[in-house]
Write a protein that binds this ligand. Sequence first.
Ligand SMILES: [Zn+2]
Ligand SMILES: [Zn+2]
Length: 415
Amino acid sequence: MRAASAMIAQAVEEYAAAAVWALPDDDLVDALDELHVLQQRLAAVNLALVREVDGRGLAVAQGASSTAVWLRGRMRMSIGAARRLVELAAAIDAGPAVVRDGLATGALTLEQAQVVTQAVAALPAEVGPAVVDKAAATLVGYAGEYEPLALRRLGERILQVVAPDVAEQVEAAALGRAEQRADRDRFLTLSDAGDGAVRLSGRLGAEAAAVVRAALEPLCRPLPGDTRTPGQRRADALTDICRLALATTELPDQGGEPPQVVVTVDYDLLTRQLGPGLLDTGQNLSPQTVRRLACDARVLPAVLDGAGQPLDLGRQRRLVTGALRRALVLRDRGCTFPACDRPAKWCHGHHIEPWADGGPTCLSNVVLVCGFHHRLLHHGGWTVHIAPDGRPSFTPPTWVDPTQRPRRNQYWQRQ
Ligand SMILES: [Zn+2]
Ligand SMILES: [Zn+2]
């Protein structure tokens, strides 16, 4: 080995000492070609040596934590380059012989060898060793013509070339496995973030995600006056869908009761606009939110008296149901907020004089609004009243319109 490296060193010296400036063009290009091939072949030898060092565990025996760390110190390489070298040496050692031979003869560059090895390793196990060898040989053949990036693209489709009859089956099987994995890994968690928020995270298979998307998308469109981000709109859409589901009678019972959101609140504090509310999940709600929820037909406030006894489960007095809801839908048809086109199905009955302040649940005190505009009414400075012609009329806050000119929903009038 010593003699061999001495000869290589001598050859390099010859190249280095040559009067490059004096070479004719053809000789110059030839020298470059020759040297390039030698470089690749030397790199192949280098890889084999690295593989052997790694295989023997020499680095660890000499006190380094890994071969890459040992190379970093000894060869003054970056740790990234050292790791890539060790990995490539292992991959080429384990890969098809045709790649090792190609490197050894200079038919493949180091980069191309890496691409071919990766492409072959990515073939699914069920194609069998004969197809793997054929794929490797075909790609090594392409290497005479294509640079690494083009070779990588050819590698991605190599199965169609070398085994078109099985490619379709293999792809279908791979897709099936991916689907199974996605289905197995599905989950949804709701975790208390501890700051009044709940973090929602999850993973769905493609089919389930398509169902969720189809349900969310129509509700994600921006509404008139909408300043919500797309993320906020999606979050609201999810809430709206769950609200609709709660409003149907088709969800399974919980302890004999239809499932519903319960907010517990002290009656005196509620009427004085002071009381925080307690959700049955144990989280607190601000007084303003409690008052909006008390207005919302689909949330059940359990109102406590001074002794903490349930005073009124609110059902009779508060909910916009039955004949009243039908009359309300007949009058309003959908969300009554100016320019909103969300239909009645997605709307709540908003009490003009708050229910918590003794406002009656009757047609003259209730308007239909969607969840987004309901929030705007309670927290966004807008107010609503029933005009003399019996239709809802909205007054914007001064920061929206300094003249506070009343506005109406024309969308449902024109329908
Ligand atoms: Zn309301
Ligand atoms: Zn609306």
